[in-house]
Design a protein around this ligand. Structure first.
Ligand SMILES: C[S@@+](CC[C@H](N)C(=O)[O-])C[C@H]1O[C@@H](n2cnc3c(N)ncnc32)[C@H](O)[C@@H]1O
Length: 194
């Protein structure tokens, strides 16, 4: 829990009991932390911060992090938009993961989708020079929406990303991805660089 929500926080504040010099990755809306924890175990040379607003989920993730003794994983109970815009320092994040967020399928709710022009501006400022934005959804309409928002924004370039082959890398499935795939849904994934 930050001691003060009205100042910027760096890795020195967040990972004081670990190694604050490691590259920082954000899992926005980390849910039950399945992805966050597997990533932190696989990449001990990187730090991972989950952002999640539901207390029960945050408590569960904290418990698992503690149980496994991971010093490179933390979870913050806070609104994702506030975290990006006000809490974290600019040019401090190497990768931001937005995985299976609520697609808000009804047209009148589209403005509630996380990915909007203002979000992209905040994200662009937050990322390091070689920073990346990785996005997954089961919802074809949200996939198309993100492609269009990114095209309008203009400051991100598409990067290749495959599950197997030349452009693949370790990337565990989230809890929601597993659920959607068990129901026969297709997951769409996008990767962009600055
Ligand atoms: C559909 S779930 C996906 C969870 C996880 N990424 C996964 O794929 O399993 C979306 C998560 O984002 C969280 N969330 C939604 N809006 C949020 C917000 N504004 N700030 C922080 N967390 C949020 C929800 O509580 C939920 O845990």
């Amino acid at each position: 829990m930050p001691d003060n929500f009205f100042r910027k926080h760096s890795s020195d504040d967040i990972f004081a009991d670990g190694n604050p010099d490691l590259p920082l990755e954000i899992d926005l809306g980390c849910g039950d932390g399945t992805f966050l924890i597997k990533m932190a175990q696989h990449y001990p040379e990187r730090n991972f911060l989950g952002v999640e607003r539901l207390l029960g989920r945050v408590r569960g993730v904290c418990k698992n992090i503690q149980h496994l003794g991971l010093t490179n994983a933390k979870v913050l109970r806070l609104e994702s938009s506030y975290t990006l815009e006000w809490l974290l320092e600019k040019s401090s994040v190497s990768r931001l993961h937005l995985l299976c967020p609520d697609p808000w399928p009804k047209a009148r709710h589209h403005r509630r989708r996380v990915v909007q022009q203002h979000f992209l501006q905040c994200l662009h400022e937050l990322l390091t020079a070689d920073g990346e934005f990785l996005f997954k959804t089961d919802h074809p309409g949200y996939h198309e929406w993100v492609c269009e928002e990114i095209e309008t924004f203009k400051k991100f370039q598409p990067l290749p990303w495959e599950d197997h082959g030349e452009h693949s890398f370790f990337y565990p499935k989230t809890d929601f991805q597993q659920l959607w795939e068990s129901q026969g849904k297709t997951i769409h994934q996008l990767r962009f660089g600055k």
